[in-house]
Design a protein around this ligand. Structure first.
Ligand code: FES
Length: 140
């Protein structure tokens, strides 16, 4: 972990109201994860307990404790996409992904009326059926 980079990130956000989430997002972006030792440094800088910081890190799916370089398909499994059949697609997506691609559950991509929806990088995909989702996963 680059301690100077971590301290730069903390300093950039420490004066804000509610700095913890912006700091964690910046650390995740910069390091590809939230290293355990970073939790302690952030906690001390924000006068929080390490348990408080870890609780936030472990609550949000956006934060990971170790880097994961696999491609990611974000699959919406919120209510509207559930109503449009996403749960029937999950097993096929996971089979297509294997260990090579990470299928990440998210809750709404803003395409509720045209779900099931997924995102790969900056690309949004709507009205997915099993074949389209499997193709998306295989192309990731
Ligand atoms: S509920 Fe799936 S995109 Fe909104």
């Amino acid at each position: 972990m680059d301690r100077a980079e971590l301290e730069r990130i903390i300093a950039a956000h420490a004066g804000r109201k509610g700095p913890l989430l912006p700091i964690l997002h910046a650390v995740q972006h910069s390091f590809g994860c939230i290293p355990a030792e970073a939790e302690a440094v952030i906690a001390k800088a924000l006068n929080l307990s390490r348990a408080e910081v870890h609780g936030v890190v472990s609550f949000y799916h956006d934060f990971t404790s170790a880097p994961d370089s696999r491609p990611v398909i974000e699959l919406c499994r919120a209510e509207a996409c559930q109503a449009r059949g996403v749960e029937q697609l999950v097993a096929a997506a996971q089979d297509a992904a294997g260990e090579r691609v990470r299928i990440k559950t998210v809750y709404c991509l803003g395409l509720c009326s045209s779900g099931p929806a997924a995102r790969h990088g900056d690309s949004l995909h709507a009205r997915l059926d099993e074949a389209a989702l499997v193709d998306l996963v295989k192309s990731a």
